[in-house]
Ligand binder design. Structure first.
Ligand SMILES: Nc1ncnc2c1ncn2[C@@H]1O[C@H](COP(=O)(O)OP(=O)(O)OP(=O)(O)O)[C@@H](O)[C@H]1O
Length: 311
């Protein structure tokens, strides 16, 4: 009944997905566009590629408004949405590429050159003649990346390009993006929830939350200033007495046998002091320091942002 009612008399609700988002990206940059679920990342990308038309404001890509010049804009861009594919589901990968060559009017020379170079880096030779529906996620993603770049686009939009991939394929995909950016000066805008994507690819990040741009600048600066704690993991040759650990670190530690994980609040404690304490009191076998993940960095940034707004 509810479904029928919605069909006959649909109710509409206005949702502001992005608000006052303003930025400029130079040719050849790789920019990470990050934020929590529902922040407005995909909406921004959809406006930039011309799928959505903003209700206010202006977007210019290489001097053109993407939604008014969709055809011209689409020649200049390559898009990969990690959750979807642009490959034809029932036909072999190579057939999709041939269709792309026809649609984008790619010369034989450029087509052959790109296929050769991309398949070498991405290793797509082995499944070039397999129908897309039979590909694994990692294979499909590599095939999608190749398809998005066949027509030598100036800009590459990647919406979560490494989602669901294993470590090896992630590395391969990142290596490919880096290589394309370096050799062809392709501008890359990517959204991701994976901190390693940012570490390996981007020096600049833009953070969006609840439709508002909260930060646009260096990734390192963001991590240095908004990552309140590091996790220090120390492995010792024999188990540290519980009492020593409790006296030194209170509740800021957990342990797994000879491994201790310590939460270092940067304002109160330094990793170097902790390591020195362990070296003084035991034989240290291994030391690892891990920074807080990007979601926590964003949460800290958000708190600071909201506090500044209130003041
Ligand atoms: N077609 C739509 N109709 C109504 N609301 C939408 C539509 N598309 C997006 N939204 C809403 O706009 C907001 C931003 O969505 P968007 O998809 O841009 O987020 P995102 O940052 O890409 O999130 P995720 O990381 O989960 O992909 C969300 O609250 C979402 O529910």
């Amino acid at each position: 009944m509810g479904a029928f009612k919605d069909f006959v008399a649909p109710r509409y609700e206005l949702k502001e997905a992005v608000r006052d988002v303003s930025f400029q990206i130079n040719k050849g940059e790789i920019v990470g566009y990050i934020g929590p679920n529902g922040a407005g990342k995909s909406t921004t990308i959809k406006m930039m590629v011309g799928i959505l038309v903003p209700t206010a404001g202006r977007i210019e890509i290489g001097g053109l408004a993407p939604y008014d010049n969709r055809l011209e804009n689409s020649r200049k861009i390559g898009v990969v949405f990690g959750q979807r594919t642009q490959l034809w589901w029932d036909i072999p990968v190579i057939e999709t590429y041939k269709l792309m060559q026809y649609i984008y009017k790619i010369s034989n020379e450029q087509y052959e050159h790109n296929i050769r170079q991309f398949s070498e880096i991405l290793g797509i030779d082995e499944f070039m003649y397999t129908p897309v529906r039979q590909l694994s996620l990692g294979q499909r993603m590599r095939a999608d990346l190749c398809a998005a770049l066949l027509h030598n686009p100036e800009i590459l939009y990647l919406d979560e390009p490494t989602i669901g991939l294993d470590v090896d394929v992630k590395e391969r995909v990142r290596g490919f993006i880096k290589e394309v950016n370096r050799t062809r000066e392709t501008t890359v805008i990517l959204t991701t929830h994976d901190t390693s994507d940012l570490d390996k690819l981007c020096s600049r990040v833009m953070v969006i939350d609840q439709g508002e741009l909260m930060y646009d600048g260096e990734l390192d600066y963001l991590k240095r200033n908004y990552s309140k704690c590091d996790i220090l993991t120390i492995e010792t040759e024999s188990e540290m007495p519980e009492q020593w650990l409790r006296e030194r670190f209170n509740d800021a530690y957990t342990r797994e046998g000879r491994k201790c994980h310590i939460r270092i609040e940067q304002e109160q404690e330094s990793s170097a002091d902790c390591i020195a304490w362990f070296i003084h009191n035991s034989r240290v076998k291994d030391v690892q320091i891990r920074q807080t993940d990007i979601d926590e960095v964003i949460r800290n940034l958000y708190q600071t942002f909201k506090q500044a707004e209130r003041e």
